[in-house]
Design a protein around this ligand. Structure first.
Ligand code: SF4
Length: 356
C-alpha cells in the first residue's frame, strides 16, 4: 500500500509552492495557513506573507499589527498571533531556527501534534505521522472504521497509521495521505475507481465509502450583528476588539449582536449607546454581509449612523480613520467587505464632485 501510494503521489501531486522547499520556516507557515483553509485560498496569502516576512527574523521583528494585517481574511486569528509569538520565542532562544526535536517544538505556541509532526516529517524527514481531517477520513475508510470524524478517534487511528508508516520518506508519505484525501478520497463522491490504494480499502470492498465517516448533521448557529457607519468628514469611527476571545485585537465598526426580540435598528441603538455612551440617530441600511465560521453563520447589517452628542471614546480602542488609512488595519472578513464598500462609495462621490 505504501509503495502504491507513494508512486501515485510522485506523479499526481499538485505542484504547490511549499512543496518546492525544505525550509522549516516556510513549511511551518504553509501548514499553519492550511489548517481549516482551502489550498486555493491559502496560495495568495502564502506568497504575500513570504514577500513581507521572507524568514523568521523578519516575522519576529515586524509589528503585531502588520502580522495581523497580512493574515486578515484567513480567519482563525489566534493562529497568526501564535505564529508571531512562536517566531519571537525561536529568535530569542534558538537563533531564529525551527527546533528539530518534538519536545522543543510542541512546547511553542500554536504547535499542536499536527503542526509538530508535519514540520518534523516534511522539513527534517523525521518519522512522525500526521493526522488531519483528510488523513483521518482516508484511514477510517481504509480500515473500515465507523465513527464520526473527530480528533477523539485519533487513539484508534494512530496505531493503524503507525503500522503502515515508512521509516524513510515520512514527509512524502504524510503529504501523500493528505493529498489522497484532498483529491481522491474526498468527503463526498470519492473517486474510488481512480484510487491507487483501492485494493487495500475495506470501505470500498463493502461499499461503505459514503457512510464512513458517519455523516455529521451540523446545524450552524445563526447570528445577526449590526454595526454603525459613523463618519466625521472623510473619516469613519472604528474600534478595536478586546485582546482576548473571538477575533481578538482586530478592528471593526462599532456595534454588536442583535438580541432576541430586538429590531435591527433597536439593537444598533442599544449597542452604540453602550459602547460610545452617546445619543445616536440610525439612518438607512447600507449593506448586508454574510460570513460563515466553523460553528456559526453571521449576517452583518451596516447602517449609516449619526452621533447627536459627542461620544465618550476609549483611548487606544477607538479611532477616526479615512478609508485609505483603513488599509493598514487588520479587519475580519465581514468588516473588510464594509471597508471595500466605503472605498467604492468614496471614490464615486469624488467622481461626482469632479464631474460637477
Ligand atoms: S478506495 Fe475509495 S474510499 Fe477507499 S481510500 Fe480509495 S478513494 Fe477512499
Amino acid at each position: 500500500m505504501r509503495k502504491a501510494l507513494l508512486r501515485w503521489y510522485r506523479v499526481h501531486h499538485r505542484k504547490l509552492p511549499w512543496r518546492k522547499t525544505k525550509d522549516p520556516y516556510k513549511i511551518w507557515i504553509s501548514e499553519v495557513m492550511l489548517q481549516q483553509t482551502t489550498t486555493s485560498t491559502v496560495l495568495p496569502y502564502y506568497e504575500k506573507w513570504l514577500n513581507l516576512f521572507p524568514n523568521m527574523q523578519a516575522l519576529a521583528q515586524a509589528s503585531s499589527q502588520k502580522v495581523l494585517k497580512a493574515w486578515a481574511g484567513l480567519g482563525y486569528y489566534q493562529r497568526a498571533r501564535n505564529l508571531y509569538r512562536a517566531a519571537r520565542m525561536m529568535c530569542r532562544e534558538n537563533g531564529c531556527i525551527v527546533p528539530d526535536s518534538y519536545g522543543d517544538l510542541i512546547a511553542l505556541p500554536g504547535f499542536g501534534p499536527y503542526i509538530t509532526a508535519a514540520v518534523l516529517s516534511i522539513a527534517y524527514g523525521q518519522p512522525f505521522p500526521v493526522l488531519d481531517a483528510n488523513v483521518r477520513r482516508v484511514v477510517m475508510r481504509l480500515a473500515g472504521i465507523h465513527s464520526k470524524l473527530s480528533p477523539q478517534i485519533d487513539k484508534i487511528l494512530l496505531p493503524w497509521i503507525k503500522a503502515i508508516f515508512p521509516e524513510r520518506n515520512s514527509g512524502d508519505f504524510n503529504q501523500a495521505m493528505m493529498e489522497l484525501g484532498a483529491l481522491v478520497c474526498r468527503p463526498r463522491n470519492p473517486s474510488c475507481l481512480l484510487c491507487p490504494v483501492q485494493r487495500f480499502c475495506l470501505a470500498f470492498e463493502r461499499g461503505e465509502q459514503e457512510v464512513i465517516p458517519t455523516p455529521n448533521r451540523r446545524n450552524g448557529q445563526k447570528i445577526e450583528t449590526v454595526v454603525g457607519i459613523i463618519r466625521d468628514g472623510r473619516r469613519y469611527l472604528i474600534q478595536k476588539r478586546p485582546p482576548q476571545g473571538l477575533l481578538a485585537g482586530l478592528w471593526e465598526f462599532p456595534g454588536g449582536k442583535r438580541e432576541r426580540g430586538e429590531t435591527l435598528r433597536g439593537a444598533l441603538h442599544r449597542e452604540l449607546q453602550e459602547e460610545l455612551a452617546a445619543e445616536v440617530k440610525i439612518g438607512r441600511q447600507l449593506l448586508r454581509v454574510r460570513h460563515s465560521y466553523t460553528r456559526f453563520q453571521v449576517t452583518l447589517f451596516a447602517f449609516e449612523s449619526e452621533l447627536t452628542a459627542p461620544p465618550k471614546l476609549k483611548r487606544g480602542s477607538h479611532r477616526w480613520v479615512s478609508v485609505r488609512a483603513m488599509k493598514s488595519y487588520p479587519f475580519p472578513s465581514g468588516s473588510a467587505r464594509i471597508v471595500r464598500f466605503l472605498e467604492d462609495h468614496d471614490s464615486q462621490r469624488d467622481h461626482r464632485r469632479l464631474m460637477g
